[in-house]
Write a protein that binds this ligand. Structure first.
Ligand SMILES: Nc1ncnc2c1ncn2[C@@H]1O[C@H](COP(=O)(O)OP(=O)(O)O)[C@@H](O)[C@H]1O
Ligand SMILES: [Mg+2]
Length: 225
């Protein structure tokens, strides 16, 4: 079996450019490895650097120093083209505020990443099949995000994150805007996706949701505590 970590960070630093108040040292030398198929929870107080860390893992931002490897590949060595392909094909993103496109229907939101990839409309029925798998039927899928509840929007966001069949799911406080019953449903869904073989990395504030994780990484002042 391939033992290359799916994600490896080596001494990663992130300093945000000078603000009036001075530089912000958001990540201060983070090294960690995540193995294929793990479910990892990242916890820490507000401002500790969790979202900054997720942005580095997700190749959405460039570290000030240090190396990020995805499946052994140093992403600092990738061209923009390859980096875009990596983000699109290997990583699914789920955010606290769902981040759906407001003017598109739920169906179109899920279809969109597929369109970006294939440059053609999907006729296999895959988009609705995915929506069905997260409990969004065709009638609901015709609605825009603003007409859906928070829990429904997060289900749509999960379907969107899955549409290109990524091996890695990055979730930044996925239940942060949901009531506890809906949170449990979303967590059960993430747990199922993990059992099916996806690596899940989740930032959470909520101690309850950490029970779904195999491992907890605590971040404090931009370091692994
Ligand atoms: N774009 C940015 N520009 C400047 N400072 C930032 C930016 N994003 C985050 N920060 C700062 O970096 C630190 C870590 O933030 P963040 O990663 O969002 O923490 P968390 O997600 O744990 O709440 C905080 O001090 C925050 O104010
Ligand atoms: Mg955050």
């Amino acid at each position: 079996m391939d033992s290359t970590p799916v994600i490896a960070l080596e001494d990663v630093h992130k300093i945000y450019p000078p603000l009036l108040s001075g530089d912000v040292r958001a990540l201060d030398g983070i090294s960690l490895e995540i193995q294929r198929g793990e479910f990892v929870a990242i916890i820490g107080s507000s401002g500790s650097g969790k979202s900054t860390l997720m942005n580095q893992i997700g190749c959405l931002d460039v570290p000030t120093a240090g190396i990020v490897r995805i499946e052994g590949q140093d992403i600092g060595q990738l061209s923009d083209f390859d980096l875009t392909a990596l983000r699109r094909d290997s990583i699914g993103y789920i955010f606290q505020k769902f981040n759906l496109i407001p003017l598109l229907t739920a169906y179109e939101n899920v279809e969109y990443p597929l369109l970006l990839k294939d440059r053609t409309y999907d006729t296999s029925g895959r988009v609705q099949a995915l929506l069905d798998s997260v409990g969004i039927d065709a009638a609901l899928a015709a609605h825009r995000p603003s007409e859906l509840s928070g829990g429904q929007q997060q289900r749509v966001a999960i379907a969107r994150a899955l549409v290109n069949e990524p091996a890695i799911l990055l979730c930044d406080e996925p239940t942060g805007n949901l009531d506890s019953k809906t949170s449990t449903q979303i967590m059960e869904m993430l747990a199922r996706l993990n059992r099916e073989g996806r690596t899940v990395i989740m930032v959470t504030h909520d101690a309850e949701t950490t029970t779904y994780a195999d491992r907890i990484i605590r971040i404090q002042d931009g370091r692994v505590a």
